[in-house]
Design a protein around this ligand. Structure first.
Ligand SMILES: *Cc1c(COP(=O)(O)O)cnc(C)c1O
Length: 802
């Protein structure tokens, strides 16, 4: 298409004129962005078609990753790098006086997810394609992704997100591949050749239209597909109120549910879930059968992965298709189905375990409900076979009980593999949360520690650091991230450590500039950048961080001899709109920022910054600039975390609890290169089981704790009057469910140690280097190779080479 920058310029200028009917000098950055995006997508389509052909003609097993969220962020720069044309394009644009950074700003983040779960799905797609593995995503094309956050007078304000406002260059609408999804109606039975059969009648159809996005592997010809479904009204049907139908249909894919923990309990949410799986299965089966494959061998040729329980209705949906449309008998249909699906659990928080009231489920999906009922009955029978008379156990494990459908139970019963997302999380599933299922199906359970794509989180997000790394150890790490280990050889190399230092400073200066522009606040790049960015949730304990800041402030105020290395505390977090407690914490961070940032006593020592609208592109700006990564969840609550891995890979040191993947980060970095504090998961679970924790004791016996807790309500904080009582109560009256006060002293002590260690610059840089060197293990390439080998049984070129 173009082979050098001059070729590229010619193509670019011609296309710009064709698309916009303007000359180059008249064009805007947006015109330029869309022009470039169009050219690149066309460039991609050659290999996209090639990959699809190859999959069609080869007998390769295919994997489909079903996820209600895909948090992709921006794609332009990643695509350019993966295609290997970044330098040509950048040089060509430079000749024209166009700054790639500037036109990149025209690309809206595709924010079709809340947080870690959705970002994991996006990282997995990148690794699948980059490892030449036949794995595709299936999701929903929400018209509005996660809300845009503004902070107004310290309060979170939510605005509808508008990523499609100017169109999305990477998607291709495929109306000819649209399918129908059926809701409501009733089930009729009839006899056919002596067999009892069922059909779903009087249903309301909704049209699901696929929008395909290419997933480009890193410097390979593989281009996989992310298929996102959009709901559109079906054609006119007599007797139907078409306006109402249109409204109701479009609502299905209008908004992403802005919640990552609790289930909203709404019919619309269930509709979204069924819409996703029904449309996806139709298209998966159509493509499978078009290859003239036998439906009885489905599980040999296809694996379908269920990312958390949201897509779990795919299990009864496949049963329905096999029974009602292909005429299989139950036993055979179940055998195929339960050998096709694999399920990942993402949380043990009980409020996040999905359950649907039968009264909502049954009328919306009458045939699916019948099938779930039958699955439940047979499942309970098999339990009875193994545990005769143990009613209590069977009741706890049933898929339907007390008028509710338990989605996790359905997922475990209908899948051949159940995995947790970090070693400690999987152990908790096996030994506690899902222990009864583990006893019954020990062979299904396995661990797959999460990962992140190092191509986005290092190569793209931190190009200066990538260059330093490549200069030292060569570029093999881009294909084999474990090779980052080679950096260990530079531990004592002062020149090299100085290079690392320069890169970090450069990134800190860039972030300081951004903070000045966005927050109007000047921060010192020489200070420690101490960062906590993630969804706002009580278990993630932003509260512990902010109370500690208040404590440091008190020390400065009360003791003129107290000093510490200057720190800039940086926060970014969205709170779910209905989660009032989380919103109060945002307000608290803002109040503490106001108090601290304007007090001459701590001037030049502490600054607090809340950066609004946390999302993938902002994470890419912040993480490379971090010195300290805050991963301070109550032990046992964070299944894995992936933010922790991104920071490690960018040379930040973790201050964290022994929770989720922090445990494995400790193993890779070594205890001298990480700051661990607080209760262990065992201790936390013991407290939950046996009691024995009284937050009031910590309040009364620790002066520092008493002081900061009192300051929530005593007027110390600007406009605290009506706001922080609830937080105060959560800590004392409600006995501090997340052990903030219990871990406070230990947190303050480890933070003090981190601050002291930072003053030994060479020592710190060495620790930072060791973290980067050990981070290759947390590449999603490693994770995906494990899924491919242990769960899906698929191979690609890369795996065959080995
Ligand atoms: C990585 C990432 C997350 C997950 O962060 P955790 O710290 O693991 O909770 C959430 N949101 C965005 C935008 C991310 O990039």
């Amino acid at each position: 298409m173009f082979s050098d920058k001059n070729d590229f310029k010619e193509v670019f200028l011609k296309r710009l004129e064709m698309m916009y009917g303007k000359t180059f000098p008249e064009s805007t950055s947006r015109d330029q962005y869309f022009t470039l995006g169009n050219i690149i997508r066309e460039y991609i389509s050659i290999n996209w078609i090639g990959t699809n052909e190859q999959y069609r003609f080869n007998n390769q097993k295919q994997v489909y990753y079903l996820s209600i969220e895909f948090l992709l962020g921006r794609l332009l720069r990643q695509n350019l790098m993966n295609l290997g044309i970044y330098e040509i394009v950048e040089a060509g644009l430079n000749d024209l006086g166009i700054d790639l950074d500037e036109i990149e700003e025209e690309e809206a983040d595709a924010g079709l997810g809340n947080g870690g779960l959705g970002r994991l799905a996006a990282c997995f797609l990148d690794s699948l394609a980059s490892l030449d593995l036949p794995g595709h995503g299936c999701g929903i094309r929400y018209k509005h992704g996660l809300f845009e956050q503004k902070i107004v007078k310290g309060f979170q304000v939510e605005l509808p997100e508008q990523w499609l406002r100017h169109g999305h260059v990477w998607e291709v609408r495929k109306p000819d591949l649209a399918v129908e999804v059926l809701f409501w109606g009733r089930v009729e039975s009839f006899k056919e050749n002596g067999h009892l059969k069922f059909r779903h009648v009087d249903a309301e159809g909704v049209t699901a239209v696929p929008y395909d996005m290419p997933v480009v592997g890193y410097q390979t010809s593989t281009v996989n597909t992310l298929r996102l479904w959009s709901a559109e009204p079906s054609s006119y049907q007599a007797g139907r109120d078409m306006m109402k139908h249109k409204r109701e249909t479009e609502a299905i894919t209008e908004f992403l549910y802005p919640d990552d923990t609790h289930d909203e309990g709404k019919t619309l949410r269930l509709k979204q879930q069924y819409f996703l799986v029904s449309a996806s299965l139709r298209s998966i089966l159509r493509s499978y059968l078009s290859r003239k494959r036998d439906i009885h061998e489905l599980h040999d040729h296809i694996s379908i992965h269920i990312n958390d329980t949201h897509p779990v209705l795919a299990i009864p949906e496949l049963m329905r298709i096999l029974l009602d449309e292909h005429g299989l008998d139950w036993e055979e249909a179940w055998e195929i189905t339960s050998r096709t699906f694999a399920y990942t659990n993402h949380t043990t928080l009980s409020e996040a375990l999905e359950r649907w009231p039968v009264r909502i489920f049954e009328p919306l999906l009458p045939r699916i409900f019948m099938i779930v009922n039958e699955i439940n009955e047979r499942f309970c029978q098999s339990l009875w076979g193994k545990y005769p008379g143990d009613w209590n156990r069977i009741e706890q494990m049933a898929i339907i009980s007390h008028g509710e459908v338990k989605m996790a139970h359905l997922a475990i019963a209908g899948s051949f593999s159940v995995n947790g997302v970090a070693a400690i999380h999987t152990e908790i599933l096996k030994q506690r949360e899902m222990n009864l299922f583990y006893q019954f199906y020990p062979e299904k359970f396995n661990n797959k520690t999460n990962g992140i794509t190092h191509r986005r989180w290092l190569l793209k997000a931190n190009q200066p650091l990538s260059k330093v790394v490549t200069n030292a150890i060569g570029s093999e790490w881009i294909h084999q991230p474990e090779k980052l280990q080679g950096l260990h050889a530079f531990r004592e190399d002062r020149m090299f450590l100085e290079e690392l230092h320069k890169v970090k400073n450069h990134k800190k200066q860039q972030l300081a500039q951004k903070i000045l522009e966005q927050n109007g606040l000047r921060v010192d790049p020489e200070s420690i950048f101490d960062v906590q960015i993630k969804r706002l949730h009580a278990y993630k304990r932003q509260l512990l961080n902010v109370l500690h800041i208040l404590h440091l402030y008190n020390r400065f105020r009360e003791d003129s001899s107290f000093d510490m290395h200057p720190r800039t505390f940086i926060f970014g977090a969205k709170a779910s709109p209905g989660y009032f407690y989380a919103k109060k914490i945002i307000k608290l961070i803002d109040s503490v920022a106001k108090l601290v940032n304007h007090d001459p006593v701590v001037k030049g020592r502490i600054k607090v910054v809340f950066m609004e609208n946390y999302r993938v592109s902002l994470a890419e700006d912040i993480i490379p600039a971090a010195d300290i990564s805050e991963q301070i969840s109550t032990a046992s609550k964070e299944a894995s975390g992936t933010g922790n891995m991104k920071f490690m890979m960018n040379g930040a040191l973790t201050v964290g609890t022994l929770d989720g993947a922090n445990v494995e980060i400790l193993e890779k970095s070594g205890p001298e290169n990480i700051f661990i504090f607080g209760l262990t998961a065992e201790e936390v679970m013991k407290y939950y089981a046996e009691g024995g924790y009284y937050s009031m004791e910590y309040y009364h016996h620790d002066e520092h704790i008493k002081q900061v807790v009192n300051q929530l309500i005593d007027g110390t904080l600007p406009d605290s009057a009506d706001h922080f009582e609830e937080i105060f109560d959560s800590l004392l009256t409600e006995n501090d469910q997340y052990f903030v006060l219990r871990d406070f002293a230990s947190y303050a002590a480890i933070q003090e140690k981190a601050g002291k260690d930072y003053e030994d610059t060479a020592g710190w840089l060495q620790k930072s280097l060791i973290n980067i060197a050990g981070s290759g293990h947390f590449s999603s390439d490693r994770t995906i190779k494990e899924y491919a080998a242990d769960i899906w049984g698929i191979t690609g070129k890369e795996l065959m080479k080995k």
